[in-house]
Design a protein around this ligand. Structure first.
Ligand SMILES: [Zn+2]
Length: 312
């Protein structure tokens, strides 16, 4: 399974900043140390023409040229620095590469990504560009070029990061070709939520026993609503932040519960032969090695799904 990364590009953050940047390198090193089918690969930067499928010209320009206002930088949560544009472009590039590989091989991953709070015209909550939205639109454009006589590529976004995918929901609110599905903490950031095609908001401190049945019921609803035109590509934002050890998550899923979550999603997609691009999304453990453990189990489960595609 291809796993795209770009953790050699780091952000210049003030001391004590709460964005846990070191987890990306920790995860990539774990993947490289783990024998098996995962194939880590450095991601290329996305091109500006891909970003323009989602983001407004003014916003792209402000990020690339360092003219974001102080308020815009505060909303993103990162101060602009010369390394920010390239890192943001590679974040999108990793998810684009994972989506292309998923369409070829069934399953692929970005070892970061899932920047679902980014809107068309602004960033928010540690998200500069919306990697999944750009990759979805680019895969649709490439599909259309290859199959001009066929219906467009139908995309499903399964967003199980603990925070609602508000940017993604906003970007696709009038777009029937992309179904957005989010399970999140109802009381957690973002406090003003957008309407996804299907939203499930869960109460603080909810654990495995509530979460997993809610996920199964919601997925059944997704399949029911997509029955006429099933998805041909899925993006899975497998945030580690619903974990009980997370500083920002406020839900109480166990590590085993999160693995069961991943298997429910992966099995449902494989049964229907829906190719899947995985993004790691959020994870803010009190102990970052616990976050990386959760992410590693997600990647292992995805690698098993990749093997099932290879062998089927
Ligand atoms: Zn999150």
């Amino acid at each position: 399974m291809l796993a795209f990364h770009y953790d050699h590009l780091t952000l210049a953050l003030p001391p004590g900043h709460r964005f846990p940047q070191s987890k990306y390198q920790m995860l990539r090193e774990r993947v490289q140390r783990t024998p098996g089918v995962m194939r880590p690969q450095v991601a290329d930067a996305a091109g500006p023409e891909a970003l323009a499928l989602v983001h407004t010209p003014d916003y792209i320009d402000a990020v690339l040229h360092g003219t974001l206002s102080a308020a815009a930088q505060r909303e993103i949560g990162f101060p602009w620095a010369p390394g920010l544009p390239r890192r943001s472009l590679c974040s999108v590039g990793a998810t684009i590469a994972a989506a292309r590989a998923a369409l070829e091989e069934g399953v692929a991953a970005s070892l970061a990504g899932g920047t679902h709070h980014a809107y068309a015209d602004k960033g928010s909550g540690f998200c500069v560009f919306n990697d999944v939205a750009v990759a979805a639109r680019l895969m649709q454009a490439e599909w259309h070029r290859r199959h001009p006589d066929r219906a467009g590529l139908r995309v499903l976004v399964v967003d199980l990061d603990v925070h609602q995918g508000n940017g993604t929901a906003s970007i696709f609110q009038d777009d029937d070709s992309v179904f957005t599905f989010s399970i999140h903490g109802e009381k957690n950031f973002p406090f003003r939520k957008e309407a996804s095609d299907l939203d499930v908001g869960l109460p603080d401190a909810c654990g495995d026993a509530v979460y997993l049945p809610a996920l199964e019921a919601a997925l059944a609803e997704v399949w029911r609503r997509m029955a006429d035109r099933p998805p041909q590509l899925a993006f899975y934002l497998a945030g580690a932040d619903p974990h009980e050890g997370d500083r920002l998550g406020r839900l109480k899923l166990s590590a085993d519960g999160l693995l069961r979550r991943d298997r429910i999603v992966l099995d449902a997609l494989f049964e229907r032969r829906v190719p899947m691009a995985l993004s790691m999304a959020g994870g803010y453990g009190e102990d970052l090695s616990v976050t990386v453990d959760v992410q590693m189990r997600t990647l292992d489960a995805a690698a098993r799904a990749w093997e099932r595609w290879r062998d089927h």
